[in-house]
Design a protein around this ligand. Sequence first.
Ligand code: AMP
Ligand code: FES
Ligand code: ZN
Length: 322
Amino acid sequence: MKCTRCRAEAAVALPSHHSAFCPECFLLFCRRMVERAIHDHAMCTSEDRVLVALSGGKDSLSLAWLLKELGYTIAGLHIDLGIPGASPVARRITESFCSRHGIPLSVLEMEPLGLGMVEVRQRIRRPICSVCGQTKRYFFNRFALDNGFTVLATGHNLDDETSRLLANLLRWDTAFLADQGPVLSAQEGFVRKIKPLYRLSEFETANLSFLLGIETASAPCPYSAKATFPVYKALLADLEDRQPGRKLQFYEGFLKHGRQHFAAQGKTPLSFCRRCGSPTSTEICGVCRLREMMGAPAEVMIAISSPAVLRTQDVSGSAEKE
Ligand code: AMP
Ligand code: FES
Ligand code: ZN
């Protein structure tokens, strides 16, 4: 198999793009996909301070690598969820990636906030993944706003986006469908959120991180066994096998023809949480209610830049409490 671009020996076959690439040209392909996503959706410019949410997985680390390579001003945020076995590995990998690539990193620890996922899991009835997701989104946003970032980037890829879209469509969840897309613009209380990897599949980001020699945390979360998205991912993977290119068409088609209809139906009006001031559709936001349930002390609740919970690592790689 020859590289479609330079005719050297190909390393990655991409039936969905009717192409195969050698390592060098594959890298160029990934770069172009991200450049195109950023350009087509006006995600960010060189003026922005971009906070990249780094889980330690292949997607977010590849994203940070690409954004840095493209010349954007980036810093990383890792949320240490306190899950035994998984969190220490993810954290170590993220810290070593950032120090190797000169990316300033902040680590926010959930345990000192009274929100370690082991304890949360013991106390709540809802599925832990949805509570964990809500908590992470809350702190991504708060951290970005409190520290002067203009954009928050996450490593969601095409498979994440299409499986979420399919799940939302199957439930006809109009509120979620109105909000789904690679960019959520900034509004009061919300930083702009972008997903520059949305045109790249999981297979492509896995190959990218491998070819770049990035060590990644690959073990699935031990609490995610009951998550539903893998079912939709498997269905879409089967469809993609039979009809290469379908996933990207499905998602781009939704952005072009579908989303506007859901957005036009209007959104739930937001007010601001009486405890922490974050946007919410209820009087007290979900995370503040969780804190109350967990008995987390009030002063720790909002002090996300408190010295007890925030550890920063400078570009030379030395980690120190600020
Ligand atoms: P997931 O929902 O686990 O598929 O993660 C989607 C994206 O959220 C990742 O690509 C990261 O950008 C971000 N993310 C997930 N978990 C964390 C974490 N513990 N710390 C920082 N960012 C995270
Ligand atoms: Fe949050 Fe698994 S990563 S519950
Ligand atoms: Zn709140």
